[in-house]
Design a protein around this ligand. Sequence first.
Ligand code: TRP
Length: 337
Amino acid sequence: MQIKPDQNHKRRLLSGMRPTGRMHLGNYVGALENWIELQDRFESYHFVADWHTLTTDHEHTRDIPQNTLDMVTDWLAAGLDPVKSPIFIQSQVKQHAELHLILSMLITTARLERNPTLKEQVRDLELESRLSYGHLGYPVLQTADILMYKGEAVPVGEDQLPHIEMAREIARRFNYLYSPDHPVFPEPDGLLSKFPRLPGLDGKRMSKSLGNTILLSDPPEAIQKKTRQAVTDPLKVRRNDPGRPDICLVFTYHNRFNSDAVTEIRSGCESGALGCVECKQRCAARIIEHLAPLRERRQHYEAHPGEVEDIIADGTARARLTAEQTMNDVHEAMGFG
Ligand code: TRP
């Protein structure tokens, strides 16, 4: 997508995550870092999509508040600026529910059933005969989140692009039906991150349920220990064995966190001069160094827990103001006085 230079108007950016608690390096490289980089170029809103958690996990709701706090603390530690960009919680801005209801009339169930992201989830979670009505509507709720702030840009992972496409279709449909002369909603663009997703320590998708993560809040010793256990080229058993960096997970991490040294590490690995133990130690050291400023900021928030709650309260109040304005536009367009 092209980012238009515009003197007076910064484009609106909207991004959210489901509250999964403490963030891992995969969340950071794939998403958070990107948000932080974009927050100067866009008028950004960041939010916790707690209602979306119910779509796959409605039986376990007790942990959501703590997971929300842990996640937002990591967002702040990573460098999101809550003054520039409000941070808020979806379920505290009730307008999302109303807009969701209205928009749910503007898309067919057949269209929602064709959603490839949903199909994958149904397969992975074996939901064939027990898919809920709410889960089917996941992209409609996401559309409400985006359109509520008239979001023009939405940073997402590849798997979310089908949802952005549905948001565009729904926005178009609303404008066509209710406001053909002055479109109420922009059609949002998805912004893909420059970096591919960082795999977990076992080479699979990084995920807390697979136990293969490095957390942003892990202390240095834990990062060293976890990195020591990461999988490498199975054919490189001893130090002098030649290795294949292109299939080595640790090399992927070097690429991301130790870019100045990758040429030297590649040749050391391939020749056998560099052993995996040393390679991993160097990798862990760079990750620890990269996360040092985050650790420092987190210590501040951990010492002042009320601050995170104040930041969320402030962000929620600001989000509500925008949501109210949008809902006024919606009501007016639809003729609900
Ligand atoms: N579906 C997103 C995810 O799983 C989370 C999300 C909900 C979202 N609403 C959103 C992301 C609106 C961007 C914009 O990652």
